[in-house]
Each structure stands twice: as structure tokens, then as C-alpha cells.
Design a protein around this ligand. Structure first.
Ligand code: DQA
Length: 142
């Protein structure tokens, strides 16, 4: 069973981007961790990252059409992109929203997510391990 892990803008910079907030794990490390966890759980995990909103929307359409479960870190889009939210609304499988940092402990503009209300669940502030926990939860829903 396939799972898409979709990461938004600036997450390709993990490891060098504000390491005190996001840690030292790189995006390549994250890909490796998610694929390995997926293998253990019987998932074929594909991790993608983009800074292009239209590309993210297309990937969400792909997931919607094939009923593929999604783990989404929309990064900055989380807080304002109605296009990403509208694409998420069309999903036919579960959606887990993940944030590496605890967005509620940070600047006020990060406190609101336009995605959370339509996500199956949300994991915030548990570091990159949040992605692995999301995959574990999805495996319970198989
Ligand atoms: C983030 C939190 C967002 O506010 C921020 O714009 C990101 C990363 C997180 O994973 O903690 O890019 O989604």
C-alpha cells in the first residue's frame, strides 16, 4: 500500500535551516527514515518536497484520485493556502498533518492552520519523529 509524505517550502533545507527549531536531520535523512519505517509497516512510502504550490496541489489530486493516504507538512502554506486546503478537502484517504516544531509555542501567525479542521489528525512539536508516528497511526487504520 502506497503512502505519500508531502513536504512544502523550505523543508528541503532541513539540517541547515534554523537547527535549534527544526533539528539537524536533513531532508535526505528524513526520506530514509520514512521509507525504512514504511517498509517495517508494510507501506511503500514516497516522500516528496516542493516550493511550488501548484505542484503540491497536483500531488494532492493524485492522492485523491488513487485514495492514497497522505502525511502532509504544508510548512508555511499551512497558515494561509486555501488552494492547498481545497486540494486536501478532496482526499479520499486519511490525512495526517505534521509539523516538526510546536507551532503553538511560536509566533502568533503560526498558531492557525487552514488544514487542521479537515485533517484526520495533527502531530505537532515532536520533531521529525512526528512523521514516523503518523505512519504508525496510518498502519493501524489499514
Ligand atoms: C513547520 C512550521 C511552519 O510554521 C513553518 O512555516 C515551516 C515548518 C514545521 O514543520 O514545524 O516551514 O511546518
Amino acid at each position: 500500500m502506497k503512502v505519500l509524505v508531502l513536504n512544502g517550502p523550505n523543508l528541503d533545507r532541513l539540517g541547515t535551516r534554523e537547527p535549534l527549531i527544526y533539528g539537524s536531520t536533513t531532508h535526505a535523512d528524513l526520506v530514509e527514515m520514512c521509507v525504512a519505517e514504511g517498509k517495517e509497516l508494510g507501506f511503500d512510502v514516497e516522500v516528496r518536497q516542493t516550493a511550488y504550490e501548484g505542484e503540491m496541489v497536483k500531488w494532492l489530486h493524485e492522492a485523491a484520485d488513487a485514495s492514497i493516504p497522505v502525511v502532509l507538512n504544508g510548512a508555511a502554506w499551512t497558515h494561509y493556502s486555501i488552494a492547498v486546503r481545497d486540494a486536501c478537502s478532496q482526499l479520499t484517504g486519511p490525512l495526517v498533518e505534521v509539523h516538526i516544531s510546536n507551532i503553538h509555542q511560536r509566533e502568533e501567525f503560526r498558531h492557525h492552520s487552514v488544514i487542521s479542521a479537515i485533517a484526520s489528525g495533527v502531530i505537532v512539536g515532536l520533531g521529525v519523529e512526528g512523521y514516523l508516528l503518523a505512519l504508525r497511526w496510518l498502519s493501524l487504520k489499514k
